[in-house]
Write a protein that binds this ligand. Structure first.
Ligand code: SAM
Length: 262
């Protein structure tokens, strides 16, 4: 059956055998429960199956591709024909999952943010092996004091360890995207900073990074009524720029905001 890629669903299928083999070697698959997001035409799916997972779930929004996958793989995979943004991943299995995904680029940060925000200490996955457009991956792994550092780096670093595996060229996909891609692997942090509401971290980083070249004096005053007291407490120079504060400091400031009931 000929598959016509749908642009609206971010369909760029991975066709490079070498890369597919590298991806399934990043983490252990044998005898593990696997979840693949957006299996598409099933190229990565087939490579994962060769490693003999114990159980294999896939989430694919496209109805045509879901039928195709069901014909191709029969009962070797459990197909969830739905939108990944609408699923409660923690309900899929009682065991912790190992997740693979060549994510649709238009919603990749939304998927990752949703997972991080909902993640509690009973985390539902062991590892995430995910492909992003390179520019997004660069923002996820960025360290403070660099130009790529920002909200996404702080949010990811809060609950996850992140490691870059490889960059992947457009030629490895069909149809060929205009951008480079990067494969990252994430593992949950056992002890992460406890916040009452992750939306406070999102709010504070949004305010600070809305003017990333300006000094933090203004956002500080916007967030805290007693800005001077708080900046003294944490020894923060208000002439710094948002990128100069570590992700730990943004977590400290969020907790302070929550404790003050500001
Ligand atoms: N994994 C395949 C590969 O590497 O060849 C395809 C990856 S393609 C970049 C993204 C896949 O995600 C497509 O199959 C697309 O239909 C699916 N998709 C797009 N939006 C989705 C959503 N909201 N929920 C689940 N799957 C989605």
């Amino acid at each position: 059956m000929h598959i016509k890629a749908k642009k609206s669903l971010g369909q760029n299928f991975l066709i490079d055998r070498n890369i597919l083999e590298q991806i399934v070697d990043v983490v252990e698959i044998n005898n593990k429960e696997i979840l693949e997001i957006g299996p598409g035409s099933g190229n990565l799916t087939a490579h994962i199956l060769k490693k003999k997972p114990k159980k294999f779930y896939v989430i694919e929004k496209d109805n045509d591709l879901s039928s195709l996958l069901s014909e191709k793989f029969n009962d070797e995979i459990n197909i969830i024909n739905n939108d990944v943004l609408k699923i409660s991943e923690d309900k899929i299995s009682k065991e912790k999952l190992t997740v693979f995904g060549n994510l649709p680029y238009n919603i990749s940060t939304e998927i990752l943010s949703k997972w991080i925000i909902n993640l509690n200490r009973e985390f539902w996955f062991n590892e995430l092996v995910l492909m992003f457009q390179k520019e997004v991956a660069d923002r996820i792994i960025a360290k403070s004091n660099t130009s790529n550092y920002g909200r996404l780096s702080i949010l990811s670093n809060w609950k996850l360890h992140v490691k870059k595996i490889i960059d992947i060229k457009p030629e490895s996909f069909a149809p060929k995207p205009k951008i480079d891609s990067t494969l990252l692997v994430f593992t949950p942090r056992k002890n992460f900073f406890e916040l009452k509401d992750p939306r406070n971290l999102e709010m504070i980083t949004r305010i600070f990074f809305s003017q990333r070249r300006k000094m933090i004096k203004k956002p500080f005053n916007q967030v805290f009524k007693n800005a001077k007291e708080i900046s003294d407490k944490f020894n923060i120079d208000l002439n710094l720029r948002p990128q100069n504060l570590s992700s730990e400091m943004y977590l400290n400031l969020t907790k302070e905001y929550e404790d003050l009931g500001s």
